[in-house]
Design a protein around this ligand. Sequence first.
Ligand code: SIN
Length: 316
Amino acid sequence: MALGCEAESLGVLPHKPDSANSVGEKGMAARSQPMTRPAIDVQPIAGAMGAEIHGVDLASLDDASFAEIVDAFHRFGAIVLRNQKISHDQHKTFARRFGALEVHPIVDGLAGHPEIIKMHKAAGDAATFGVGWHSDNSFTERPSLCSVVYGVTVPPFGGDTLFANQYLAYETLSAGMRRMLDGLSAVHSAKYAYTAPTTVDKYEGKTTMSYRHTEAVQSEVVHPVVRTHPDTGRRALYVNPMFTVRFADMTEAESRPLLDFLFRHASREDFQCRIRWQEGSVTMWDNRCVQHTALDDCQGFERVHYRVTVEGDRPQ
Ligand code: SIN
């Protein structure tokens, strides 16, 4: 079931019967109010999640269009807004409408814009940032609510981003497994993703990005294995292979078999959508109910994306 269908049936979101396939409703709106803005066009891109949005300009966004973007964000988990042209300030202004911006604790931000990470893979780089399923900054006390990424240099092929719906990941588990997971917590840490040796192997010398080896690399936080989304009220699986290192009060070896099962389950193909980047695409996703991974399949081509993340709350 798509993110949107169940959320609407729970009645936790504004019910907009036609907005997932907006031509009818928007067409009527445009006809009855010819002097107002044209409504935005939201097209689902996969059965599980994800939508593509046209007809919106983030550089001059009115409140009504913003409300429709928020609605689509909740219903589809990941949305891509095509044909944007935004400055760093406009990027931050849009993201701030969702909450306070974060400064990444490990990855260096841009000079003058510390909240913006330049996710840069030069043509000669051997690694792309963000490869491996994860939920952004789950190793922090208050992991990112959402990420807003602006694609500026896009390879002719490859370098797509995959997303997976974690409501579905939870809802498709057996009742017994759900009951057990409901009572568990897990430890998240950046220590394997960002430790000096790992980062050196994975990124440094291979990409043009730079990192601060701060305390945040080694610190550990505990989050529930299943979290309740504060806006939709739905339960979502919340463990990911990049940052979840073990269950609370268990060893890594004891945790590994069940975590491995959950990591595989969480990224099942039928929970996914795939976003193909274009120059000027702004993609945003909800880290509270979605995991994602960049694909490292554009060797020989440059890829430049700018990312900001919005501070979330403590998972409950
Ligand atoms: C990320 O934000 O983790 C990377 C996403 C991407 O560049 O595709």
